[in-house]
Design a protein around this ligand. Sequence first.
Ligand code: HEM
Length: 551
Amino acid sequence: MGDTSNVVVLGLLTLVFGLYVASGRRSTGKKTLLKLPIIGDLYRSPIEKPLLRWDAWSKEKGAIATPKLFGIVPLVVINTAEAATELLSQCSAWYSNRPGSVSIEMITGAARGQSKFTRHDARHRRAKHLKLHHRILSPSLGAVAAPRYQPIMELECKQLVKELLELARDSSGRVVASTDIYTLLERTQASIILTLHYGIRVATSDDPLFHEIVHVQERVTHTAANPGLPDFIPALRYLPAALSPWRHAADRFYAEQTRLYMRLLEAGDKAPGWNATKQARNVAAKYAGADKVPDVDLAFMLATSIQGGMETSPRALLWLFVAAITANPGFISRAHSVLDAVVGRERMPTFADRAAMPYIDGIVSELMRWRPISPGSIPRRADKADDYKGTRIAKGATVFANAWFIGRDAAVFDPALASLDAFAPERWLDGCDMQGPEDPAAAARQGELRTSLPLPVFGQGRRSCMGRRVALDSSFMQVASMLWAFDFERVHDVDPMDMVVTGFMTEPAPCQVMLKPRGTWVTDVVRGEYRSAVNSSGNIMGGAADAVGEV
Ligand code: HEM
């Protein structure tokens, strides 16, 4: 199967996985039905609820499904944790590449079958190439870097709560739009990611550089999920820009991105103290040897991380508000008991409290399971013909891990603990009896986070998410801080299956929620802590000398 068909698959599966943006659907308010007869009866899901029939379809198909798009293009959908582990982890050598995208190749000035973005790189020229990308990025994203970046997360969460308090206006609370909350979550995450990578803080939501980055990344995401004509007729890429409007537009966008990412790289070089740019440079110098990594490649590699880091977490965290007002409001009062017992009301939560609050990490894991923002993950490609328990996998097939259904796999998540459709943070805690009403805070503190359970939203195997640790740490701090400060109330009916789709990601459909500060003490504590945290934020991640070649 060639590049063309792979990209056709990518584009059309955007629909299949409910990842189809129906332009104008909100303006007409009509319940349009997906019409494409692609897989089973999924096309009958209303467009506002793209995943409505996904469970039934996955159950019917079993561990892996091998439908054919339009009866020709082979697809593989992995529906169970066991199959995902066997194919993506144990046989990762054959499932680590991505389907090619001519459009992505063109907008990153890359050769055929490649991309300067780590996440979109289709066929790494050799395993060594992928390894180098990972070696360069991982020291800034893993456990060793955590003590450096966690103080930024604490600082940004103080600002997040301060801004949410401004949105709520006074201690009696106010009805706010989820879109306004999203803006604040987006700034928070952007500031965490840009400080970590380049030492650049995003102090306000109207920061022009922040908007420039978001705008560019949106276009990249759109290109990745929506094939253009060159994906169907790859020869168009070879026409000179004067004859090909696609080439012309791609060249211009590549130049625009290059200018932006090189500016960011330069900012990272010049910023005082440690950051991922300096770390990446040192590792690249050590490992690349004679194959010196050009600055532009380094700049795009780091940009992959800002793309993966900025556009994902705010969408995932928006589901917290939906869970709070629809699925299981009881978890909020349990979280409040835990936070009151461990943190109290005279200071905000910090990472030092984490070990005593596994319940908060349980909430984060459950958000990622209950509403995985990339329900079909990011596609891979089968590099050889294979067989899974008698089901044939064609060479070249596009492979999707069904994160939605893997998170509902009864062989892994015990339905006796709580229905697999329910939002139940308790399922992530070992040794805690949350059913006992006696003292929920004490019960939650006794439990231990069950790290053996899968989080399929981050993918699996060699190409799984490199920023998982950063994502989980920042989500922990944001969830702990927001729950410490607020209560949430429903103001209108909200359907937790209503979603909006962007590229390969979903987010809750816009809704409103009553945001209620838990008391006047919240404002007093936040104001004081925010001011002193900002004043002492210079070199928050430690000295530049920390950026050693090996971590
Ligand atoms: C809730 C947050 C996040 C989600 C749901 C998420 C999800 C994903 C998924 C599904 C993949 C592809 C995995 C696969 O093919 O198996 C991926 C790849 C990646 N992610 Fe994330 N991600 C998140 C946050 C982050 C953050 C915070 C960063 C960096 C700071 C990051 C950096 C990356 C990178 C560099 C890759 C490319 C790995 C490769 O292709 O080899 N992600 N992510």
